[in-house]
Design a protein around this ligand. Structure first.
Ligand code: ATP
Length: 202
């Protein structure tokens, strides 16, 4: 595919729910979270480099990434986050673009929780924000993950705020209502994106 829609929104806003509705229309999804896990998977080049830089304690006995150890390392050495991002971000980008290229749908939806925060909006043709209030973000995430209000609030605070996200959006899906209210919004956008991806054909 040549046309990329970047789908984003805060924690618990409904990105996955919306992405699945586009998938039902035959649109290929490229998921940044999945790719971010792949680049540090067992036996990956990314994980090997992390082990060389920070030591063998970055790997579990099974050879997977020891996420707690890596978090600890970055907590004590904040500058190491830059190193890690410089290592992983280009890998993530090139894998995402490879998946876009291989996708056989008229356009693709790239699902990127931190689309604006990480500057990945530069990679897409159009940005789509799933919007809900912070109050609903808290409610739905607590319900889904059985986590504390404080934990979710900390994540909300670490992400782009609602208004700056909305200001950067080309398109917005309002997910304040019932899930059934999403279908019509997705269909309207799907038709719009088909037209934008291939303006010549009806
Ligand atoms: P995250 O950023 O944490 O990955 P997300 O943006 O992908 O989250 P979803 O997982 O799609 O969000 O939705 C969060 C939760 O809210 C899920 O449990 C989902 O089923 C539920 N949900 C989504 N939309 C609605 C809605 N309109 N009404 C009620 N519940 C909803």
């Amino acid at each position: 595919a040549e046309f990329i829609v970047g789908l984003t929104g805060g924690i618990g806003s409904g990105k996955t729910t919306v992405a699945n509705l586009f998938a039902e229309q035959g649109i290929v999804l490229v998921d940044a979270d999945i790719i971010a896990r792949e680049v540090v998977a067992k036996d990956s080049d990314g994980l090997r480099q992390i082990g060389e830089k920070f030591g063998p304690q970055m790997l579990t006995p099974e050879g997977n990434l020891n996420r707690a150890a890596l978090r600890e390392q970055i907590f004590h050495h904040p500058e190491d986050r830059e190193w890690l991002n410089a290592l992983l971000h280009p890998m993530i980008r090139s894998r995402m673009l490879a998946q876009v290229k291989a996708a056989n749908s008229p356009y693709v939806i790239m699902v990127v929780p931190l689309l604006f925060e990480n500057g990945l909006d530069k990679l897409v043709n159009r940005t789509l924000v799933v919007d809900i209030s912070p109050k609903l973000q808290l409610q739905r995430t607590i319900e889904r993950d059985k986590v504390s209000k404080e934990q979710v609030q900390n994540i909300i605070n670490s992400q782009s705020d609602r208004n700056s996200r909305l200001n950067k959006a080309d398109d917005v899906i309002d997910n304040q209502g019932e899930i059934t209210a999403l279908q019509a919004q997705v269909l309207a956008l799907h038709n719009k994106y088909l037209q934008l991806a291939d303006p010549i054909h009806p």
